[in-house]
Design a protein around this ligand. Structure first.
Ligand code: AMP
Ligand code: ZN
Length: 129
């Protein structure tokens, strides 16, 4: 994809802080980190999102994350890892990527908030009807 910023990074046209690279994927620091060590894992081939990515490439990405969890925890001294992946809405870069967001006791990320006005029964019926 010639106008894709992540393809340009993969081709070496734009620099990145890459911490791992192999035949299938690249792992680099996000330029606008949510926490210390915020990483993006992306396939070298251009896929837009979770719904068009090749199954085997997705497995390579998941295996990288699973195999490197302890390494990241040790090096970054974080407590855990929050994983996020946007499809369409909220997705600025239309080249599949998974956000690895290291979590620290004192970070300001709050995934514990919830929307009190949502009617769970109504949504359940919408999904199950
Ligand atoms: P999303 O909104 O899920 O598409 O996330 C895109 C992410 O890519 C954002 O967190 C950006 O900070 C990050 N990003 C954009 N350009 C670059 C770049 N040149 N190098 C590293 N990260 C980037
Ligand atoms: Zn791309």
């Amino acid at each position: 994809m010639n106008d894709c910023i992540f393809c340009k990074i993969i081709n070496g046209e734009i620099p990145s802080k890459t911490i791992h690279e192999d035949e299938f994927l690249k792992v680099m620091l996000d330029i606008n980190p949510k926490t210390n060590g915020h990483l993006l894992v992306l396939p070298k081939t251009h896929y837009e999102n979770l719904f068009d990515i090749d199954d085997n490439i997705l497995l390579e990405i998941i295996n990288y994350i699973r195999n490197n969890y302890n390494y990241l925890k040790e090096r970054l001294n974080c407590e855990g890892l929050t994983i996020a992946q946007n499809n369409g809405y909220g997705q600025d870069v239309k080249h599949f990527h998974i956000h690895l967001i290291p979590r620290y006791n004192d970070d300001k990320i709050d995934l514990t908030k919830y929307e009190k006005t949502i009617d769970i029964d109504e949504i359940y019926n919408k999904l199950m009807d």
